[in-house]
Design a protein around this ligand. Structure first.
Ligand SMILES: NC(=O)c1ccc[n+]([C@@H]2O[C@H](COP(=O)([O-])OP(=O)(O)OC[C@H]3O[C@@H](n4cnc5c(N)ncnc54)[C@H](OP(=O)(O)O)[C@@H]3O)[C@@H](O)[C@H]2O)c1
Length: 288
């Protein structure tokens, strides 16, 4: 059987994940839907196959709130000796109440940062020069505050937007460190910011949801528009370098965006490597 390189979409059952999966499949890429809920995701897989008149689209279990599940997912791909062309770390959550992951981390932090980083590090051995990693960011990274002990969130200190913003800032710092580490190996790292998008993510689970659905949702981006940035980063071969050969990491819409000095020189950036090792037991590769 032909073993073409894989395009992996995490959270492929969600608003933007479905668009990304559909568009990759339409373009003929061998695509894997990595989803936590197979029962919910299987009918979605069937619909995407029909829409694309395709026959091959694999659905694999992946729960980013469980380091065990991440290990099993990456072991399976390693046993099959797969090569990964593109990993789109699209899955994300913004929990409205305090919950702990299987490994004892606050859930939003676990999924958006710890699990996403752990998955990426676990899959690095299957990537090669030209492979791409696309992390999904958000403007809320600007309200994020990370520093020593920031992942230890308890019920008393939980706040929905604060945890979400913190997780996205940490993911951006991780992306910057990973890009620096992998640059000489030719593995490209990007951050895609979809803007504000009409998906389940922005539901507040409050009494005013029907009002915002009516008045606010029509004004924001469709999932197709929101997913366009990650799709471009996954499929456009001309974008990696600008004229000065500097990698453009953070993208929004069709364009790279400047990352603020505050983030680039963040005092916790250098600690990300050690922190991830402490939390997951996984090492970032040595710099080359
Ligand atoms: N919507 C926005 O305005 C916006 C803005 C900026 C950034 N983003 C980012 O864009 C990405 C896609 O979000 P979306 O707007 O498309 O939201 P969505 O429709 O809620 O999709 C989120 C996806 O993540 C999956 N997911 C959640 N927890 C998971 C876990 N523990 N393990 C594996 N998968 C998990 C969900 O799976 P289930 O289907 O099983 O729930 C779903 O497939 C996220 O990273 C989000 O932070 C969104």
């Amino acid at each position: 059987m032909e073993n073409r390189p894989l395009y992996i979409v995490t959270g492929a059952s969600g608003g933007m994940g479905q668009v990304l999966t559909t568009e990759l499949l339409r373009r003929g890429y061998r695509t894997v839907m990595a989803c936590r809920d197979l029962k919910k995701s299987e009918p979605i897989r069937q619909r995407i196959l029909q829409r694309c008149s395709a026959t091959e689209l694999e659905l694999l279990p992946l729960d980013l709130a469980s380091l065990d599940s991440i290990r099993q997912f990456s072991e399976l791909l390693k046993q099959r000796d797969e090569t990964i062309s593109v990993l789109i770390n699209n899955a994300g959550s913004m929990n409205d109440s305090f919950r702990l992951s299987q490994d004892g981390f606050e859930m939003t932090t676990a999924v958006n940062y710890i699990g996403t980083a752990a998955l990426t590090l676990s899959l690095l051995p299957l990537m090669h020069s030209g492979s791409r990693i696309i992390n999904t960011l958000s403007c809320t990274h600007r309200i994020g505050q990370v520093g020593p002990g920031w992942t230890k969130v308890d019920r008393e200190h939980f706040a929905r937007f604060k945890c979400y913003g913190n997780s996205k800032l940490a993911l951006l710092l991780f992306s910057l460190e990973l890009e620096r580490t992998l640059r000489n190996r030719g593995i490209e790292v990007f951050a895609a910011d979809p803007g504000v998008v009409d998906t389940g993510m922005i539901t507040m689970h409050r009494w005013f949801d029907p009002i915002t659905d009516l008045l606010f949702r029509p004004l924001i981006k469709s999932p197709e528009k929101g997913a366009a940035t990650a799709l471009k980063l996954a499929t456009d071969e001309t974008i990696a370098k600008d004229e000065t050969n500097t990698p453009n990491l953070y993208w929004m819409g069709e364009k790279p965006k400047k990352i603020s000095e505050h983030v680039l020189t963040h005092p916790y950036r250098a600690e990300i490597r050690n922190e991830l090792f402490r939390l997951t037991g996984l090492q970032m590769p040595p710099e080359q």
